[in-house]
Design a protein around this ligand. Structure first.
Ligand code: PGA
Length: 239
């Protein structure tokens, strides 16, 4: 059992804490399954230590877009991945399916791996609309992508109500949703073996229980990915 461990460090750390974090992370021998998503500012600090990626990317390729960071600029740092469609981008920055389509295409053009985040909110969960919501989130972007590019994308299933709340669906619910996503993408877009991560309040206390699910390929971890002791524990349990 080996799981991918992706750490979304959001806007949590500053230079001093990043340097400490990296020095501590380096003491682990095997970081093969780990990808860290720091602030843009610290991408290059991770070079040679562990695989890393950005938390977002511009939907423009290049030009006069103050404050934006392009896929080719991200690529030039040595990054291999980028998140797209995180629920915080969807809700605070009003990003929509058209943005995600442009971002995914820009990343793929640079050979960067998009990690496409999807998930239902609490009301949708309570109304048992999860699969319908995920169907819409996936198909409205994937229907407009080149069929050859779909297998290049990793999906992160993150229920919005589980992010940063300490709440998670139970294993049965997560397994059902992850297998639904895999079947949907594999059947509809003629792929096989797409990878699906679970995200939302994954931490050192629940990782062993989450690891009981074979169908989940790994985790997208927020809060616990910037606390080095918790993150190291999770990495070691996921080797
Ligand atoms: P969390 O965040 O682990 O703090 O819930 C997950 C995420 O937002 O990717």
């Amino acid at each position: 059992m080996s799981k991918l461990v992706f750490g979304n460090q959001k806007m949590y750390m500053n230079r001093e804490s990043v340097i400490d974090f990296i020095n501590n992370l380096k003491t682990l021998n095997n970081l093969e399954n780990v990808v860290v998503f720091p602030s843009y500012l610290y991408l290059t600090d991770y070079s040679g230590v562990v695989n890393f990626g950005s938390q977002d990317v511009s939907n423009n390729e290049n030009g006069a877009y103050t404050g934006e960071v392009s896929a080719s600029q991200i690529k030039s740092t040595g990054a291999k991945y980028s998140l797209v469609g995180h629920s915080e981008r969807r809700s605070y920055h009003k990003e929509d399916n058209n943005d995600f389509l442009l971002k995914i295409n820009n990343l793929i053009k640079e050979d960067l791996i998009p990690v496409f985040c999807i998930g239902e909110n609490e009301t949708e969960y309570d109304n048992k609309e999860t699969k319908k919501v995920l169907f819409d989130q996936i198909t409205s972007v994937y229907n407009n992508l080149s069929i050859n590019d779909i297998p290049k994308i990793i999906i992160a299933y993150e229920p919005v109500w589980a992010i940063g709340t300490g709440k998670t669906p139970n294993n049965e619910e997560i397994s059902e949703v992850v297998s639904y996503i895999k079947e949907l993408v594999n059947d509809r877009y003629n792929t096989s073996n797409i990878k699906v991560l679970y995200g939302g309040s994954v931490n050192n206390k629940n990782v062993d229980s989450l690891n009981e699910m074979d169908i989940v390929d790994g985790y997208l971890i927020g809060g616990s990915s910037s606390k080095i002791d918790e993150f190291k524990y999770i990495i070691e349990r996921c080797l």
